[in-house]
Design a protein around this ligand. Sequence first.
Ligand SMILES: NC(=O)C1=CN([C@@H]2O[C@H](COP(=O)(O)OP(=O)(O)OC[C@H]3O[C@@H](n4cnc5c(N)ncnc54)[C@H](OP(=O)(O)O)[C@@H]3O)[C@@H](O)[C@H]2O)C=CC1
Ligand SMILES: CC(C)=CCC[C@@H](C)[C@H]1CC=C2C3=C(CC[C@@]21C)[C@@]1(C)CC[C@H](O)C(C)(C)[C@@H]1CC3
Length: 425
Amino acid sequence: MRPNIQDSKHRSSHTTEQEFGGTLGAICIPIFLPLTVLLLITLCQSPDASVLQWPPLLPSSERLWDPLAPMLVLGWMALHAVLYLLPFGKVSEGLVLRDGTRLKYPINGFYGLCITGVLLMLFVWLGAPLGFLFELLLPLAMCATALSFLLAVYLYVRSFWAPPHALALGGNTGNPLYDFYIGRELNPRIGNFDLKYFCELRPGLIGWVVINLGMLMKEVELRGSPSLAMIMVNSFQLLYVTDALWNEEAVLTTMDIVHDGFGFMLTFGDLGWVPFTYGLQAIFLVMHPQHISPLKAAAIITLNGVGYYIFRKSNSQKNQFRRDPTHPSVARLETIATSTGKRLLVSGWWGFVRHPNYLGDMAMALAWSLPCGFSHLLPYFYVIYFTILLIHREARDERQCRGKYGLAWDTYCRRVPYRIFPYIY
Ligand SMILES: NC(=O)C1=CN([C@@H]2O[C@H](COP(=O)(O)OP(=O)(O)OC[C@H]3O[C@@H](n4cnc5c(N)ncnc54)[C@H](OP(=O)(O)O)[C@@H]3O)[C@@H](O)[C@H]2O)C=CC1
Ligand SMILES: CC(C)=CCC[C@@H](C)[C@H]1CC=C2C3=C(CC[C@@]21C)[C@@]1(C)CC[C@H](O)C(C)(C)[C@@H]1CC3
């Protein structure tokens, strides 16, 4: 099988094409997204939790700062950096880079999750009140945003010392605002420590489930026991994060690692956005308890299970096919040839819709919000944001695939006409 090559060797490392709203997006998004995080947390913690209030409810300055927050954020990053460096698990190679080399990545994120779990149990057993995270959310989000900003400045500056082949094709337009935002360098490393790969999964995703656990403990403090809705949100999201770390190797072939530079969009996305907005449902439930009947709970658990099944099966099928197309689990699937030597699946999950993995992910997103009932729009924020993100991501991927595979991609699109939702989109 011909090796996958990260972008083309022959294309220049300089591009003028801009995505995500170009310069305007690069100015507005770094200002509005951090404000959105603060607004969402403040709304979730308010009794009304109404998104329609005008002017929007913003937190007072005293609520934004706590000297404990920078210590926790830096301590958390340091803990995960140490866990990343521990010689556990296997070491995997990424795709072939433009200079023909491959980078090595430690696959030990799942151990990091387990060790964090043991440390947390120890803290809870020693009587540490994890529920305090509820009051600390705003200062923690502020510190995580400041850290993402400083990290992005560091990444931008150091990228000027990187050789041209180490730059991301889309992040080197010469427009400083845009390049800072999208990221100039593709795989910035300090020695063997890969900064983008580290941030993509560990501190943010594990931080998200720890915050969720803190919300559950806060509920216990307030009402004596966790509600079924809170347990469901915690379990669904823990499953998602555990799955991501268990299948950590698969992240090496995602668009973020293969194609995108490491700039503010991903530093903030990984460290500020994911941990503080993806678990908004749990924050909401602390102040807005919900009763769920066993029947409704069963229906929501089924939806999450079906979504997870589609998500996992389709991702695994493609990963297996890309790693070894002769493997018995994928060898019988119908494929079409492309001029690059790689083939495209046109049967199995990838013959159902062109992004079955997005469909499963969206079903899970809905299941995470449903335990919060229908009285408020706020807990549905993730579903709305995620639908927009995946529709936009699908369009970006489609553009890249059409560029890579040309006529073969058009044939695939004719054979599999729907992008994400069968018979709808
Ligand atoms: N929770 C979150 O915030 C987010 C979650 N996700 C999830 O991450 C997962 C990965 O998503 P993402 O990185 O966007 O991309 P995908 O895993 O969907 O990968 C897209 C790539 O798959 C290959 N491909 C596409 N069609 C076929 C086919 N028919 N046969 C074989 N290969 C094909 C192409 O790459 P090539 O041919 O070069 O191999 C294409 O570029 C998804 O499950 C998604 O839901 C994504 C973004 C955010
Ligand atoms: C609004 C904003 C700043 C957007 C930046 C986008 C990022 C938040 C997302 C881009 C791709 C992501 C992925 C995951 C988390 C969100 C980001 C970083 C992911 C790690 C979640 C877990 C999944 O199993 C995954 C590993 C497939 C996934 C990879 C992509």
